[in-house]
Design a protein around this ligand. Structure first.
Ligand code: GDP
Length: 366
């Protein structure tokens, strides 16, 4: 469930965005020989300029990024929770992911039909988000029926039933699970773990704009979307999906020149990937050697032995110590040996919480 699901109404630019992500995957595919390529899934490298800085110092044969999974969830339309369009199958695909990238059409183009007739981001969002709430209502109704049967014999079920009914009243007002007031309650937490409520997931809004809007940075649709997103504690990333698709194929300096021409600082797609990585609660640590400079993905607050396990299980089992250099020191002093001389290499034990950007070397027993 460590992925991002792309949702949105038809013709808003989901496929175009997903194609750009797939191109980003394929550009690095030789580095990930063990990943099977699935049609609706892209395993996307997370951009990280720190890897390039490390590579300048170490001069490795190759660089390897952290990755995250994006899943294309097409087919969500008005009525999906009642089986319209591709219906329930797609709702269950959303259940699997941890973060939602909600693509919203913020461009006008008379040649491209809008399923609802005109461009209106807030109405579009409401359609999709209402479908997610309906799907949660259906799930919760079934769960409440089961809990009613269990509640007589089980205190735990009885406690869950109380919370489930409170939550039910809340979502029947067409409010998302996200805004339920009792989210710290243990019974709620276990309900959410089991049912994976769709309307409780973190959302990133992708505002798909045309080229002209990209240069000015905003239009009325983007403004409306930003205001809404702020009110629900979410963020908006402005991008032009078509341009992102072109950008992915380019070398770094070409891409930069292309963006400069448009008056844009940073690729929207890269911002989305980075934001998603963060929303997933992930961070990277590095290993730096002649063979490769590599980012490894861990959950925030992971201790050294568990961080080591990401490389190899034996590293955790036989863990002795970790040699750690902060990214800042590594760059400032110019590599491992110089850091050692300057007293900047620390030996850390099994309780050390790995920090974002740490350069790690594990000592372990075999
Ligand atoms: P999906 O149905 O949400 O997957 O939408 P698509 O990605 O297939 O896009 C629908 C149509 O809109 C396609 O013809 C795209 O080429 C076009 N499109 C996507 N992004 C943009 C954009 O930023 N500007 C314009 N003008 N057209 C776009």
């Amino acid at each position: 469930g460590l992925g991002v699901g792309i949702v949105g109404l038809p013709n808003v630019g989901k496929s175009t965005t997903f194609n750009a992500l797939t191109k980003a995957q394929n550009a690095e595919a030789q580095n990930y020989p063990f990943c099977t390529i699935e049609p609706n899934k892209a395993i996307v490298p997370v951009p990280d300029k720190r890897l390039d800085e490390l590579a300048k110092i170490v001069n490795p044969d190759k660089i390897q990024h952290s990755t995250i999974d994006f899943v294309d969830i097409a087919g969500l339309v008005r009525g999906a929770s009642k089986g319209e369009g591709l219906g329930n199958q797609f709702l269950s695909n959303i259940r699997e992911v941890e973060v939602i990238l909600h693509m919203v059409r913020c461009f006008e183009d008379g040649n491209i039909t809008h399923v609802e007739g005109d461009v209106n981001p807030l109405r579009d969002i409401e359609i999709i988000e209402t479908e997610l709430i309906y799907a949660d209502i259906t799930q919760l109704e079934k769960k409440i029926d089961r809990l009613k049967k269990q509640a007589k014999g089980s205190k735990e079920a009885a406690a869950q039933l109380v919370i489930a009914e409170e939550l039910y009243a809340h979502i029947c007002e067409l409010q998302p699970v996200k805004t339920f007031e009792n989210k710290d309650n243990e019974a709620f937490i276990s309900l959410d773990k089991e049912l994976r409520f769709l309307s409780n997931k973190d959302v990133i809004y992708g505002a798909n704009v045309d080229e002209d809007t990209l240069s000015t940075g905003t239009n009325e649709y983007v403004e409306a979307l930003k205001e809404y997103a702020a009110s629900v504690n979410s963020e908006v990333i402005v991008l032009c999906a078509k341009i992102e698709e072109e950008l992915v194929g380019l070398e770094d300096d070409e891409a930069k020149a292309f963006l400069d021409d448009l008056g844009v600082q940073e690729s929207g797609l890269e911002q989305i990937i980075q934001k998603a990585f963060d929303k997933l609660g992930l961070q990277s640590y590095f290993t730096a050697g002649k063979v490769e400079v590599r980012a490894w993905t861990i959950r925030k607050n992971t201790k050294a032995p568990q961080a080591a396990a990401v490389i190899h299980n034996d590293f955790e089992k036989g863990f002795i110590k970790a040699e750690v250099i902060s990214y800042e020191d590594y760059v400032k002093f110019g590599g491992e040996t110089k850091c050692k001389d300057a007293g900047k290499l620390r030996l850390e034990g099994k309780d050390y919480i790995v920090q974002d950007g740490d350069i790690m070397h594990f000592r372990f027993n075999v």
